[in-house]
Unconditional design. Structure first.
Length: 341
């Protein structure tokens, strides 16, 4: 039977398929609209299955606030080019909104949520993969809830490459957003040093000392004094005994320098603070409260929040592709292969 332009248009509106795919589906099922939808769905699932093993490390984050609930998502594509097209951007926004409103407990529950067009969230990704032509996946999502007395901070950086949600107590919207901007830039993992695992601290301290060794190799070439290794990395390691020993060492140093004891009380606090700063570098990298506030590095984030009568309750930060091992492209080899063919 002849397929009309209106039939093709109606099928495209229902499925998002391309013109030729919609027309072919209608031809295959003799114009039956419901069968055409099912035909396209099955074709879409087959296409998605073929792309399942591909690496999708590009994409966008989504952030959506719905009253006292905020959602953050990471939706991945294979290429940055595809992640910027209108269909993909709309998918990210629609999925994030659906998750915020549906508040799924896990990924399985998220997949079953109904999107605005009535499709399940899982089916929407199958259709997107078939329509766009690349593997499109919801990599992860997070939800935060607040009370009426708390404030959300929502921020996306670099066109959605990084997304952040903060929950603050005793703060206004501006403070909550400013902290979200800080977190986007500084990449903390936890709120306070107490949340850092002891083994993680040890590993990071070893990496920092390895970097010092590399720096010292360069310093030696220009006859510069080598930097000392860090002994501690976190406030968790600075016990009363450690601090007492550091103070005794400072006093011995002042005595050796011939500084009068009557002025030691003015010197020791500054030197002790320097000791603490030098030996909490893991905290400063990974615990947001210990970091220097990016908009005023004369104070820590903890001091910034205290000055504003605020407390950080929770945060989530997603960066597109973090932790995914991307395929390494050998451009020269690719060009050589094309020339050979």
């Amino acid at each position: 039977m002849a397929i009309t332009a209106k039939q093709v248009k109606d099928l495209r509106e229902r499925t998002g398929a391309g013109v030729m795919d919609a027309k072919k589906a209608l031809v295959e099922v003799d114009g039956d609209m419901d069968k055409a939808v099912e035909y396209l769905r099955e074709k879409g699932m087959a296409k998605a299955a073929k792309k399942a093993d591909r690496i999708a490390a590009e994409g966008l984050t989504g952030v959506y606030v719905d009253g006292n609930v905020a959602a953050i998502t990471e939706v991945n594509s294979e290429t940055d080019f595809v992640s910027q097209n209108d269909k993909f951007v709309k998918l990210v926004n629609d999925v994030t909104k659906t998750i915020a409103e549906g508040k799924p407990a896990d990924r399985e529950a998220a997949d079953e949520l109904k999107m605005a067009d009535g499709k399940s969230l899982a089916q929407s990704f199958v259709d997107a993969t078939a329509t766009i032509g690349e593997k499109i996946v919801l990599r992860r999502f997070g939800l935060e809830e607040k009370t009426d007395d708390q404030e959300f901070g929502a921020y996306q950086h670099n066109g959605g490459q990084i997304g952040v949600i903060t929950v603050l107590e005793g703060a206004d919207a501006a403070t909550a957003k400013h902290l979200a901007m800080h977190i986007a830039a500084m990449k903390p993992k936890v709120i306070s040093p107490d949340e850092l695992d002891d083994e993680f601290i040890t590993e990071q301290l070893a990496l920092m000392n390895h970097k010092i060794d590399q720096d010292n190799e360069s310093r030696a070439l220009v006859n510069k004094k080598p930097l000392s290794h860090l002994v501690y990395g976190s406030a968790k390691q600075l016990t009363d005994d450690v601090l007492a020993k550091a103070e005794e060492d400072i006093k011995a140093e002042l005595k050796e320098e011939g500084k009068p004891e009557k002025i030691w009380d003015k010197i020791i606090p500054g030197k002790m603070q320097r000791f603490i700063d030098d030996n909490t570098q893991v905290d400063k990298q990974f615990a947001v409260l210990s970091q220097n506030y990016i908009m005023d590095d004369s104070k820590t984030v903890e001091q910034f929040l205290k000055d504003n009568g605020a407390k950080l309750v929770a945060f989530k930060r997603f960066e597109v592709g973090e932790g995914i091992e991307k395929k390494q492209e050998d451009f020269a080899a690719e060009v050589a292969e094309q020339m050979k063919n």
